[in-house]
Structure formats: structure tokens, C-alpha cells
Design a protein around this ligand. Structure first.
Ligand SMILES: NC(=O)c1ccc[n+]([C@@H]2O[C@H](COP(=O)([O-])OP(=O)(O)OC[C@H]3O[C@@H](n4cnc5c(N)ncnc54)[C@H](OP(=O)(O)O)[C@@H]3O)[C@@H](O)[C@H]2O)c1
Length: 266
């Protein structure tokens, strides 16, 4: 597979690192372009990939092209590369809130995968939800899946509507968990722990809880109840969460992210 990556920012770096580690593609078969020469130099030095001095030359001999720029950069890139994309070239877009129809119209090309990865992709622990346009062949789907699965788990969805939903859950989700952990660290410090110990307690508790949830075979509510003896300390904390309507807060946050993703797609 010959891969071109347009954009050498955070997500592009995560994807390149992941495909190299999984050996899905070798460094000599990856060409990266970016308008920011510093980003380009960094990715070349750190990942040993080839670089191109323009998006047009990056895509020239690629069979798969990853679009890893901000959604607002799509129009500029399209002005440059639309009309240059050849039949058989697969475009994988990770642009948030940018539907297949807009990508196809803008790029003048209809072999497109739309994927929503998340930042744990940086360590091969990502969750990517993806879909594709009708013109994507079975072989292109397989190639796309090989790239996306190198970043962690991937889930194909037939209905593009699930991508905006996934944006609000798995795309933005890492930030929700980080926020919760930040709050817990602050609480631990206010109880009297030094910040290093507080962070260590919180991270190990999060890690242990997640591994336990994955491996125990039990449901989340059952695991919560297991820690929550009636009249005990955890019950006090859970009652406090519930009396402050934690479910409404979380539902509201997810609904706001989903609304934003849907708005961006209009
Ligand atoms: N971060 C996440 O958690 C996450 C999760 C899922 C999806 N995404 C999506 O991933 C995409 C990339 O996000 P990111 O965080 O990696 O962004 P980023 O770090 O800002 O990287 C984008 C790179 O593209 C460059 N660029 C801008 N215009 C360009 C052009 N015309 N040609 C070539 N390169 C150009 C930027 O250069 P300058 O810095 O000079 O502008 C920057 O180096 C976004 O669309 C985002 O919605 C992000």
C-alpha cells in the first residue's frame, strides 16, 4: 500500500505511528505533506517517512490518502487536489463533522472512507467508528480497515448518522474521562494528598476499574453496586452524585457534543 497523509498534526502523527508499529505500511511507502514546515520536519525526523513539498505531489503515486487537517482547511485543500484524484485512489477523511456528501462534492471524488478516531490512537488504544461511500470497493474497505485497526479498535457502520453519535461518545469521550479524573485529583489534593500521590491514586483507580470492567464479564451497574455497601462511604458519594443529577449533566454534555457535530455537518 502506498499511503499519502495530508496534514502532519496530532492525529496524523498518531495514525502514522500506529500503521508503522502494526507494519500495515512501511515508512518508505508513506508520503506526508503539510503547509507547516516545522510539523513536516518533525514527522519526518520522528517517523522516518517521506515528505512532499505540496499536497499534489504527496497524492500523486498513493493508492490511499489520509486527510488529517482541520475541517476548515478542506476547501483550500480541495481547490488544490480536486481534479487530481484518480479513480481507484481511496481517501480516508478523519475531519470531524464533515459528511461524505460534502467531502465528495468538495474533492470531486467518490471513493471515500469517513472515520472518527480518538486520541488514545496515539498508543494503539483508540476507538474508531467509520463508514464509506458506495463506490468504495471491498479491497479498499479492507485496506482502510487495516489502517484504522492499527490505531486500536474499529467499528464499521452502514449508517453515516452513527458517525456524529460516535463523535459525541468515543471521539470526545477521552476528554470526559480526563475531566472526571482532573476533578478527582483536585478533590484528593483538597483532602490532603500531595498532587503526585493524588494523580497516582486516580490513574491506577481508573486503569484498574476499566480493566476490571472489561475482564470481569459483569455489567457496569453490578460492578458499581459491588463497591457500594448500603450505608457505607461509597453510598454517600453515589447519593451525592445522584442528588445533583449526574445523569442529566452527562446526558446534556453528550447531547451538546452531538448537536455540534450535526451542526458542523450542515
Ligand atoms: N484531536 C482529536 O481528538 C480528533 C479526534 C478525531 C478526529 N479529529 C480530526 O482530526 C483532524 C486533524 O486534527 P489534529 O488535531 O491532528 O489537527 P492539527 O494538529 O491542527 O493538524 C492539522 C495539520 O494540517 C496542517 N494544514 C492546514 N492546512 C493545510 C493544507 N492546506 N495543506 C496541508 N496541511 C495543512 C496544519 O498546519 P497549521 O498548523 O499551520 O495550520 C496542521 O499541521 C481534524 O479534522 C479533527 O476534526 C481529531
Amino acid at each position: 500500500m502506498k499511503l499519502a497523509v495530508i496534514g502532519a498534526g496530532n492525529m496524523a502523527t498518531a495514525i502514522i505511528k500506529a500503521v508503522l508499529e502494526s507494519k500495515a505500511v512501511s515508512a518508505k511507502d508513506i508520503t506526508v505533506s503539510d503547509i507547516n514546515p516545522l510539523s513536516l520536519e518533525r514527522v519526518q525526523t520522528e517517523q522516518g517517512v517521506l515528505t512532499a513539498d505540496s499536497n499534489i505531489s504527496a497524492i500523486d503515486s498513493a493508492d490511499t490518502i489520509i486527510l488529517a487537517v482541520k475541517p476548515q482547511n478542506l476547501e483550500g485543500i480541495s481547490r488544490e487536489i480536486s481534479g487530481r484524484l484518480k479513480c481507484g485512489q481511496l481517501v480516508i477523511s478523519i475531519l470531524a463533522g464533515t459528511p461524505l456528501s460534502r467531502l465528495a462534492l468538495s474533492l470531486g471524488h467518490d471513493e471515500i472512507i469517513r472515520a472518527m478516531p480518538n486520541t488514545p490512537a496515539q498508543i494503539g488504544m483508540g476507538m474508531t467508528v467509520w463508514t464509506c461511500s458506495e463506490k468504495v470497493s471491498a479491497e479498499q474497505k479492507q485496506n482502510g480497515q487495516a489502517i484504522l485497526s492499527s490505531m486500536g479498535r474499529e467499528l464499521f457502520v452502514d449508517d453515516e448518522g452513527f458517525i456524529d453519535m460516535a463523535t459525541a461518545i468515543s471521539g470526545s469521550g477521552p476528554a470526559y474521562f480526563f475531566l472526571f479524573m482532573e476533578c478527582l485529583v483536585e478533590s484528593a489534593v483538597s483532602l490532603g494528598f500531595d498532587s503526585e500521590t493524588a494523580l497516582s491514586l486516580v490513574l491506577q483507580t481508573a486503569l484498574g476499574s476499566i480493566q476490571y470492567a472489561i475482564t470481569s464479564g459483569r455489567g457496569l451497574a453490578e460492578l458499581r453496586q459491588q463497591v457500594t455497601s448500603p450505608g457505607g462511604t461509597t453510598a454517600e458519594a453515589i447519593n451525592h452524585f445522584n442528588s445533583n443529577d449526574i445523569k442529566t449533566i452527562i446526558n446534556g454534555a453528550v447531547a451538546a457534543a452531538y448537536r455540534k457535530a450535526a451542526e458542523m455537518g450542515k
